[in-house]
Ligand binder design. Sequence first.
Ligand code: BGC
Length: 374
Amino acid sequence: MNKVLIFPVAALFCVGSLFGQSDAERRASRMGVGMNLSYLDNYWKGTKEKHFSDFAKPEEAAKREKMLADIAKAGFKTVRIPICFSAWMEIKQPYDWDNPDALKMPDSFVKWALDSGLNVIIDLHHSEFDRSVADADDPERIVNLWTKIAERYKNTDPERVFFELRNEPNKIPAEQWRWQAEQIIKYVRAIAPKHTLIVGFHEWNGRQQLIESKPFADPNIIYTFHYYDPFVFTHQGATWAGPALKDLRSVPFPYSADDKIKVPDSAKGSYIEQQIGNYKKESDPEKMYADLKAAKDWAIKNKVPVFVGEFGSYDQYSSMEDRCRHATAVYSALGKLGLPNAWWEWDGGFNMFEKGSQTIAPCMRKAIDSFSGR
Ligand code: BGC
């Protein structure tokens, strides 16, 4: 009799400890393929003198309700929402919200995403406005920003809503970012004890930087990095990522001996010229798999989950065929390694749509399916 009563409890305990999954691991395992939905990060659409607080328009934001439903219909499980909360808070103390009405927009995004059945990442994006506003990224200010964000979203479902501390910290030494992240973690934890945090490392959430870093003490964290390799393919023609890319064209994927890549004058002598020199190796899908596996190995070694928060390619100058081959190389590697992820981005310059439509191109569909080995 006793045995009968004890068995289910014991079995449950064993199953739990057999898998030995932490909250972060369990939640990461449900993230699957994800998508970034940009718009609330587009601070540059606002007025600099108002520290961009007017950048987002409710009528534009409203269009995202259908987009979130479409993202879910397309089979994505998770949406990462980049949000420039920084634009809506005072630059100086006492750091009050100075455009509180604007916060209805991220509130709606989170609600719409949840209503569509998606997991949601609330991602603090561009808090430093690319350093065009002095003191915007003062650590005290960022910590204040996070206490406000955590207060606002602390009652959301911790199984489905994640807090990402800061997109692509850059021009900040490793130790300073680590210290800042520890402060944010401490304050957010006191307000939202159950939410899983997503944290990446310095140098633009670099992969190598993740591998060289140690996890934080808090056990409820999913670690993140961005994977835009090979950069000369994914960012050819980009105007926002340094001067050496803007004139770069006709980089195929993968390398082809028949298509010689021309190094534009603006890239001569830069790291981009070097990357073009190494392109045969850089664009080899096996090398890309090895890159991603190194991040997965770090996760296994440290017993923590890892999420690839951004990857994708700029559609301006690459053919869809090349972009799909690249997407397949990344998705199939992520699938084999069991790494949850989010493509950058749904409807901007890195979209997956057939030209001029809102329909995912068939070869992109296949690329996404390669994640599940289909
Ligand atoms: C930035 C975007 C950019 C993308 C690809 C993101 O982290 O916020 O502005 O388009 O990376 O470079």
